[in-house]
Design a binder for this molecule. Structure first.
Ligand SMILES: [Zn+2]
Length: 63
C-alpha cells in the first residue's frame, strides 16, 4: 500500500487505493489536510485552504 510521510507530524500516511496527483487526504495521526504532490516517490504537502470539495464525498445534498 502506498504511503508517505506527513509533513506536519512525520508519521506515515497510508493512501488507500491508487494515489492520484492532487488527491486530498487527511493525516490519520494529526488530522492535517494534505495533498498528493508527487506520485513517485509519493509525497504529501499541506493542502491549500480551499481543499474542502474532495474531502467529504458530499452526501449532504439538500433534497
Ligand atoms: Zn500528520
Amino acid at each position: 500500500m502506498p504511503s508517505a510521510d506527513c509533513p506536519s507530524c512525520d508519521e506515515q500516511v497510508i493512501i488507500r487505493g491508487e494515489p492520484k496527483l492532487g488527491q486530498y487526504v487527511s493525516c490519520p495521526h494529526c488530522g492535517e489536510p494534505l495533498e498528493v504532490v508527487t506520485i513517485l516517490p509519493l509525497e504529501l504537502n499541506f493542502a491549500p485552504e480551499d481543499y474542502e470539495e474532495y474531502e467529504d464525498e458530499d452526501e449532504d445534498e439538500d433534497y
